[in-house]
Ligand binder design. Structure first.
Ligand code: FE
Ligand code: MN
Length: 432
């Protein structure tokens, strides 16, 4: 018997029995050998969806101008010593941390999980860590910081060293040949996933995120701040990925989720928070404008509890409030779109042409993709796209149609959905 699978815009027909077999053999760990194992049928749909979200957030450091940051860095009266120190600590810590996370994803988690869609999204995760590491390299070279200084920070600042040792303890013990049939080793992997996703990326990254974005809010380091905003957005997907992964692992191996084990995870978070507070004290030896060590301690407690509750664990400080609610806003998608030229989120239509750029149906400016301002995200999966030699002229989904009309303007409508893109959409071929 044949069965239909709907993946995005496409439909696949598969032998149902074989598909069911393959589907049943999919596991987070101890599943079927994956060397020749196809993505389809998807069991962990969230992983594939997340992969697509992450891919749509793609950014490159060179897209972000650093001139203003360099001017500020070189000027004598714009920045205080503490503000410069925060940037040095940020660059010093993340230069090491991004690499550690990427290494753990590739050599531990991606090695040990068996379902291909999980490996796929983990591959993207590792690549994003490369982008983050590359962005730090770009910041270091733009500001003219001696690269050996960063290496020295990693070695010489005790609080950075301790944060890194804390996570490495649970990474070096788990490499590709770990036997995952015992409860102990399954719990070791669960701890690794919890520590990296929730304690490190989820909590210990947030002290510096808060400090650097707080400077950015005061118009200091606009380039670095923008890169950290993108990084923060990526990290929120990494936290989500590792949270889902942990929950699936527990669902499939419920014997690991004992009360004692849950308490062990909470205590790991206590350690992570303590290390983070010590680190913050090193970043902020004296309070700077708008930044106080006490407020950061509250913020870290707030974030840590969010991570714990996300995994179904009891909060450490129930009811603690968020002293930096503005930080949440920096994770939102709309802001992101407005500030970049090349990243086009899913469902936004764009016009691209080799020779010209089309905005609102009119030929304008230099070539390159641009979001059509009158287009709004399609609320359901895009079904059809129409192109002319000048580029995209229309997108139609079940409930929505966006196309260039006869008057040369982009038009969004629900009423026209399903009426087709051919004759209604007008090709505006650019003329030389
Ligand atoms: Fe990262
Ligand atoms: Mn990350």
């Amino acid at each position: 018997m044949q069965k239909e699978f709907h993946i995005g815009e496409r439909v696949f027909l598969l032998d149902e029995e074989k598909a069911e077999e393959a589907f049943a053999a999919k596991r987070v760990i101890n599943g079927r050998e994956t060397v020749f194992f196809n993505l389809l049928p998807l069991k962990y749909q969230w992983a594939y969806d997340l992969y697509r979200t992450m891919k749509n957030n793609h950014w490159e450091p060179e897209d972000v101008p650093m001139q203003k940051d360099v001017e500020q860095w070189q000027s004598d009266d714009v920045l205080s010593d503490v503000e410069r120190w925060i940037i040095r600590m940020g660059i010093g810590y993340f230069s090491a941390a991004e690499g550690i996370v990427g290494d753990n994803v590739i050599h531990v988690v991606r090695e040990l999980v068996t379902a291909p869609e999980l490996k796929m999204v983990l591959g993207r995760h590792a690549h994003e860590e490369n982008i983050h590491a590359d962005s730090l390299l770009y910041m270091i070279s733009s500001l003219g910081i001696n690269p050996h200084e960063c290496e020295a920070m990693f070695e010489d600042i005790a609080t950075i060293k301790r944060k890194n040792e804390f996570v490495m303890e649970y990474s070096s013990r788990l490499r590709r040949d770990t036997d995952l049939s015992s409860i102990e080793n399954k719990q070791l992997l669960a701890k690794n996933i919890f520590i990296f996703g929730q304690c490190m990326e989820g909590t210990q990254f947030y002290g510096l995120f808060g400090m650097i974005l707080s400077l950015y809010r005061q118009n200091k380091f606009p380039g670095i701040g923008q890169m950290f905003r993108y990084t923060l957005r990526d990290e929120s997907n990494h936290i989500k990925l590792f949270r889902h992964l942990l929950m699936e692992l527990v669902d499939e191996n419920p014997e690991i989720w004992t009360l004692a084990f849950q308490e062990e995870l909470r205590q790991l978070m206590v350690r992570a928070v303590t290390l983070e507070n010590e680190f913050i004290a090193d970043c902020l030896p004296v309070n700077a404008v708008g930044l106080s060590v006490e407020e950061f301690a509250v913020y870290i407690d707030f974030i840590a509890d969010r991570r714990l509750e996300g995994c179904g664990l009891r909060a450490l400080h129930p009811g603690v409030g968020n002293p930096f609610p503005w930080l949440d806003g920096y994770q939102q998608r709309t802001e992101f779109l407005r500030r970049t030229r090349h990243r086009i989120p899913e469902g936004i239509c764009l016009v691209q042409c080799r020779r010209r750029r089309i905005v609102n149906g009119a030929v304008r400016g230099r070539p390159g993709p641009v979001a059509a301002p009158s287009c709004i995200p399609a609320p359901d999966p895009v079904e059809r796209r129409a192109f002319c030699p000048g580029g995209l002229i229309g997108i139609e989904s079940k409930r929505h149609r966006t196309a260039i009309n006869k008057d040369g303007r982009w038009n969004d409508s629900r009423e026209n959905a399903g009426r087709g893109l051919g004759p209604q959409a007008v090709c505006r071929r650019p003329r030389r």
